[in-house]
Ligand binder design. Sequence first.
Ligand SMILES: Cc1ncc(C[n+]2csc(CCOP(=O)(O)OP(=O)(O)O)c2C)c(N)n1
Ligand code: SF4
Ligand code: SF4
Length: 1005
Amino acid sequence: MKIEKLSDEVIRETMNGELVREHRARALSPDHPVMRGTAQNPDVFFQSRERANLFYSQTPAIVEEEMKRFANLTGRSYQLFEYAGAPDAERLIVMMGSGCETAEETVDTLQAAGEKVGLLKVRLYRPFSVKHFMASLPKSVQAIAVLDRTKESGSIGEPLYLDVVAALSESVMDRSAPFATLPRIIGGRYGLSSKEFTPAMVKSVFDELTRPEPKNHFTVGIVDDVTFSSLSVDSSFNTEPEDQVRALFWGLGADGTVSANKNSIKIIGEGTPNFAQGYFVYDSKKSGAMTVSHLRFGSKPIHSPYLIQRANFIAVHNFTFLEKADVLERAMDGATLLLNSPYDAEGVWDHLPQAMQETIIAKGIKLYAINAYAVAKEKQLGNRINTIMQTCFFAISGVLPREEAIEKIKESIRKTYGKRGEPVVRQNFAAVDAALEHLHEIPIPAKATSTLALAPAVSPMAPDFVQHVTAEIIAGRGDQLPVSAFPVDGTYPVGTSKWEKRNIAQEVPVWEPDLCIECGKCVLVCPHSTIRAKVFEPAQLTGAPEGFKNIPAKWRELPDQLYTIQVAVEDCTGCQLCVEVCPAKDKKDPSRKSLNMHPQLPLRETERVNWDFFLQLPEIKKNGHLGFGSVKNVQLLQPLFEFSGACAGCGETPYIKLMTQLFGDRAVIANATGCSSIYGGNLPTTPYTINREGRGPAWSNSLFEDNAEFGLGMRMALDHQTAYARDLVARLRDIIGDDLANALLTGDQSSYEGINKQRDLVVELRTKLDDREEVEARDLLSIADTLVKKTVWIVGGDGWAYDIGYGGLDHVLASGQNVNILVLDTEVYSNTGGQASKATPLGAVAKFAAGGKTTAKKDLGMTAMRYGNVYIAQVAMGANDTHTVKAFIEAEAHPGPSLIIAYGQCIAHGIDMAKGMHQQKLAVESGYWPLYRYNPKLEDEKKNPFQLDSHDPKIPLQEYIYTEGRYRMLQRSDPETAQRLLQNAQQAVQHRWQHYKQLSQMSFS
Ligand SMILES: Cc1ncc(C[n+]2csc(CCOP(=O)(O)OP(=O)(O)O)c2C)c(N)n1
Ligand code: SF4
Ligand code: SF4
């Protein structure tokens, strides 16, 4: 990194003021009106299109001229096609974009070794100037590979390849080419979706060009064992210079590693003459993710836009990574390794896995360790270890002289924390000094002594696909998976998240049965479905592991049974939501609840066994014996959404989980892009799962913007199939028998019992049809399952529902079709880092609303209410969980469209996520988030369809909002505006409340 800014004067010079003014003069203005965008008929459209030809033909010369002018002004020279490499090159790569840097670095190395290779970089792709292209080609060229970073299925080749072939062919045909026959031209694909593109891959392309019959339409960077398009790559080839610091940092998502590294880049790139570069690789989990930072530093400019291949410094900021990943895979001989270790200097070596010890010895790696968590705790920095680890990096990597480095870190601390006052600065200075005191070099024994092995990514009990594909992606080896490993149509198995035991919680809840009142609130709020409850017969305790906890079940409908709560400690994120909502306290010691957090490590083995035992206990049946309208009962249902990648304490996932508990075995979900599609449907693992009968939610994601229509399509398809199936049942009475046909056609499926009965009838139907040859019988067999009622859920965030997908959502609401829309309202675009949406509240700070949002949140529910036939509920589980359960049940039962707007806390709110449910409560108590249900069916009974379900506001708005960073931020940065917006917001709350209140008091009798 060395960014030289152009001055405003130079930028102004690059522009022709006269042309800018001419452009302005062409603007639409009523002072000199014209029309644009007319509709055109076939008589004139064609000619109009051709009318613009001159602009295209003149563009290359104009761009060339401007590039020259730019070079004169700035000294930075560009050409339409730029050549790099041997003047007498025989083998040539043509490509464009950032990959050119890698190719050029490789060409330099190969050329220095005497190879006649070259690179032609395309700077102006369209209009493609054949003349300039041909003029840039070395005359000596014999073989050309054109690389495209795209795939056009079904085309002869990718776009740049086709252009190059056409350019050369035309030039040979019109004899303007410097050769009479075409050189060999091949095309290839690389780097799709930012897949790594390394010098070794470039070299393999040049190697291919030496073959008499080089592969055309090749791929590079993957192993294609299906159509065998890929080139083989010698990964030992690399061009990374010796005089560079290349450092890899393994950090835990949100532990500050990435920001500390960005700060190091700033310190070195801006504060010293050195060059710096950083790449940050994240996995798709939103909590407990592994992030690997790749940092390069050196005295020469860095032209390596690919990840570090050989590192001379490696830091591992979380010791648990050592059991999950081969952190030394890219270590060079003599590299330095820095570990954040919970063990003291004497104990570190013995806790390293055997393979790691062997690598350390074989590669002569220097090992340093520090217990950064202990230092952070001692210096009152909580879990923030980033400054401590950054100090250690500077102290031992040699990137800067030690004293200078420490001084610069302190300077940067002062800059960052200065505003927060001198004590905070001093606290961080103390952490820097303490880091140096607690950093130890660990002596390396001559032989490996450990017996620890890397833990397998998934259990050996996992199904084949999970063992061979999912596990590889989890282990970070997805790049090495061959093409044949993947499904042809993007269809993946469900229920795979249970195999990925992430063990990310430092502390997990432990159940104290003696205090438990069996309310199930903990189970309901758990975002990761890792705390569950069951009621079971005492006889089923046979074979229970020692210490498996249980108490008598307190259900009138389930007499003489036992109750248990079990935590999957390996899947728990340690968010504490369950502990916070637990209402059962020890009267003698109110700090002791029925759930309390305890360190995970000592519990891991025993609780793993307990969890396995718990899983095999029978699931509660939906057979009509027990109703599921209460939290206490709902919690007993199996969640068909578990162990997702959502953030610890996420407010969205408990709603999805609840939906799957109630309806998951017959649900089809259309999911908008957003957090819910990432924690819900991002590889490697899938949290949607199945029950013991093999049923569970079927899930798909189309786009961010079209999700409502996508779900509507699912509904229409299902309805058509059901109608056809019913028609066939009626027509095939002779085969099926009148009794069964009538039962199938008239079955009441409004209850779980009715649905189960219908399923049994379908089983009967299948046996009758199984050996029939008639076309209609075979048809009915193929869609018989649609005779059982299905429920369509359209799920997405507020960015989707309020903004980008609103047009479609409105269309679906107006369609009258039986779909259920669940809006997970975090009041920002959470997945992309918290941008404001129309759901963002007045006064809150969000991206694109840095000065506090000045307009009120859109009232989506009220807008939808105007249709009159839409069921609408606004819910907040943390404020009233029973209300939430009721709303889900009513929404699903409503025969038309239903809309549930669910308040979800999010890390973007700047709150202590453990208190997320409490925040929901405050939102409701302040009147900001009224709870209501609008049920059009009530009108048929002459009742008011609008029921306001929360009480009159009992706290002022500020008591809620100033517990959240998103509001406090403005209060700090601009108190006056904050005060004004608060007043406006408070007023808006009152107005809305009065409006709702009036609505709820209207008479419909
Ligand atoms: C048309 C389009 N624009 C932008 C994006 C990028 N994008 C993906 S998810 C997302 C934010 C989603 O926010 P929201 O709907 O509120 O859901 P949340 O992440 O909060 O659950 C955006 C902007 C996209 N995928 N498609
Ligand atoms: S701590 Fe969080 S993730 Fe763990 S069981 Fe409780 S609610 Fe679930
Ligand atoms: S909604 Fe917020 S808390 Fe939940 S996964 Fe997304 S970013 Fe994390």
